[in-house]
Ligand binder design. Structure first.
Ligand code: 13P
Length: 252
């Protein structure tokens, strides 16, 4: 089963519009010839219009970093799916570990946000991953399974076709410490098995599972070489055009 690699950059809370414009114009030129990898950048909410404008007609899609589950209302600081749709944002990251850790996201809110995105026709990138303590306690698979079951509650197989899973071990995010290709592969294989059990083997074979956590130009080839690793969700190494372009071009 061959799945097309999907590499997305998560800018987190980085880059003003002025910087975003420069970085994206540079990146666009450096990956212009790439057809074998799907590419996306998820900038801040305030830079989404700039990103959409600079990347229009290119091979780089744009995603948001969060979406609220309610259509509108008293949710200070949040953004609805309708608001993202107004801009024509095709992707959204949901349930990133930083959202879970600092902003009280739970499996239930991840599920609600995922449903809101799907209902609006926006493709979710749903993040899961264990903390260092959970890994050391031998609970990695249990934790990831609970997160996936929670996130996908009530989601149909047809809807699942629009979802990407990102496995991001919390201990490998921004730490320079990457899961070894084998450690990542082991969890990805378990995730695919779980998707087969919850849905069908065909759904499991088709779903894209990204790895995230200190992915760099120097380790991306070995990571993407693993059977069940179908892409990457990249933080730090997506902030500079040269780094992200090198990362993409190394596996294109
Ligand atoms: P780093 O690539 O900086 O470790 O971040 C990974 C991440 O959290 C992407 O969502």
């Amino acid at each position: 089963m061959s799945r097309k690699l999907f590499i997305a950059g998560n800018w987190k809370m980085n880059h003003t519009n002025a910087v975003a414009k420069e970085v994206l114009a540079d990146l666009k030129a450096q990956v212009a010839g790439v057809t074998t990898v799907d590419i996306a950048i998820c900038p801040t909410f305030t830079t989404l219009p700039t990103a959409l404008e600079v990347l229009e007609g290119s091979n780089i899609a744009v995603g948001a970093q969060n979406v609220h589950f309610a259509a509108n209302g008293a949710y200070t600081g949040e953004i609805s799916a309708e608001m993202l749709n107004e801009l024509n944002v095709p992707f959204v990251i949901i349930g990133h570990s930083e959202r879970r850790q600092y902003f009280a996201e739970t499996d239930e809110t991840v599920n609600q946000r995922t449903k809101a995105a799907l209902a609006a026709g926006i493709k979710p990138i749903v993040c899961v991953g264990e903390t260092l303590e959970e890994r050391q306690a031998g609970d990695t698979i249990k934790v990831v399974e609970t997160q996936i079951k929670g996130a996908f509650e009530g989601i149909s197989e047809a809807e699942l076709a629009n979802i990407t899973i990102a496995y991001e071990p919390v201990w490998a995010i921004g730490t320079g410490e990457t899961a070894t290709p084998q450690q990542a592969q082991d969890v990805h294989a378990e995730i695919r098995k779980l998707v087969a059990a919850l849905y069908t083997q065909a759904a499991a074979d088709a779903i894209i599972i990204q790895y995230g956590g200190s992915v760099k130009p120097g380790n991306v080839v070995e990571l993407m070489g693993q059977e069940d690793i179908d892409g990457a969700l990249v933080g730090g190494a997506s902030l500079k055009a040269d780094d992200f372009a090198a990362l993409v071009n190394n596996v294109a």
